[in-house]
Design a protein around this ligand. Structure first.
Ligand SMILES: Cc1cc2nc3c(=O)[nH]c(=O)nc-3n(C[C@H](O)[C@H](O)[C@H](O)COP(=O)(O)OP(=O)(O)OC[C@H]3O[C@@H](n4cnc5c(N)ncnc54)[C@H](O)[C@@H]3O)c2cc1C
Length: 239
């Protein structure tokens, strides 16, 4: 896939999915016949009119390019945050503008390594696009998703991950919960504490990390300690 020049698109808010914990998926519908050619991992800038100005905020595209007609964005409400609070006022049918695609956090054309995705919360967005694109296209290599969430009953797209893992033996889904409820039987704790257990050897792997800086730093430090080279680690920072 080729990088294309960014364009401004008028989109209509479609379905809004609430994942709890102040996290929502917003489906943005493109005008009929319009398409946005992006590479999984890229983002759009949302254009928020504010008095005479336009405020821009980046949001990674959470849907795959093959899903024509719409884009998914997943947002976490930020206390006092200008653009996220604006989104929280949206109902289906609202029209907004986005500018894109942008970004270089993408996979190489040729993947001759085992992919390890590490995300917390909305950091899942670029990986959802990549995973849907790869598995939907018949990719046979190994993909692991280590996904951190605060609560076990509020994991974004949980049903989807479980279905994909059932359908594709090459897709390994590892949720880890920082505040697990009494019934949770899976992994508990922050993502950085799970790297050594699940990926002790760097051999043949590349780690992609997305989310807030503090988590990225912690995961990166752990990986370097385990012997990963810097060129085996890529990340997208949200803050
Ligand atoms: C490439 C890229 C992709 C991104 N993709 C996503 C995405 O898919 N989903 C998503 O939710 N966000 C994403 N972000 C973050 C997003 O662009 C905004 O920064 C975030 O939504 C806050 O915007 P706001 O206007 O509501 O808050 P602002 O008005 O910008 O900030 C208000 C206050 O909150 C603090 N703050 C800002 N962001 C955060 C945060 N994330 N957590 C805690 N405090 C914060 C600021 O320091 C400021 O003090 C991405 C950022 C980048 C650079």
């Amino acid at each position: 896939m080729e990088q294309v020049n960014p364009e401004v698109f008028e989109v209509t808010v479609g379905k809004i999915l609430d994942f709890g914990n102040e996290t929502r998926n917003f489906q943005l519908l493109l005008k009929p016949g319009k398409r946005i050619d992006f590479i999984p991992g890229q983002f759009v800038a949302v254009l928020c009119p504010k008095e005479e100005k336009v405020i821009r905020r980046a949001y990674s595209i959470a849907s795959a390019p093959e899903e024509k007609g719409h884009l998914d964005l997943i947002l976490k409400l930020v206390q006092g945050g200008l653009v996220t609070n604006w989104f929280w006022s949206f109902k289906s049918g609202v029209k907004i503008r986005v500018h894109g695609p942008y970004g270089k956090f993408i996979l190489p054309e040729r993947i001759d390594f085992e992919i390890v995705f590490v995300a917390v919360g909305t950091g899942i967005a670029p990986f959802r696009s990549m995973i849907r694109h790869l598995l939907g296209g018949g990719f046979q290599g190994k993909i692991s998703l280590l996904f951190g969430s605060r609560y076990d009953d509020m994991i974004p797209y949980q049903g989807e991950w479980l279905d994909l893992a059932k359908k594709h033996p090459n897709f390994i889904y590892i949720p880890t919960i920082s505040r697990p409820g009494p019934g949770w039987k899976g992994e508990a704790g922050y993502v950085q504490t799970k790297i050594e257990k699940f990926f002790p050897s760097p051999e043949g792997k590349r780690i992609y990390i997305c989310g807030l800086n503090e988590m990225i730093q912690a995961v990166q430090e752990t990986c370097l300690r385990l012997g990963f080279r810097r060129d085996q680690i890529a990340y997208e920072k949200y803050d």
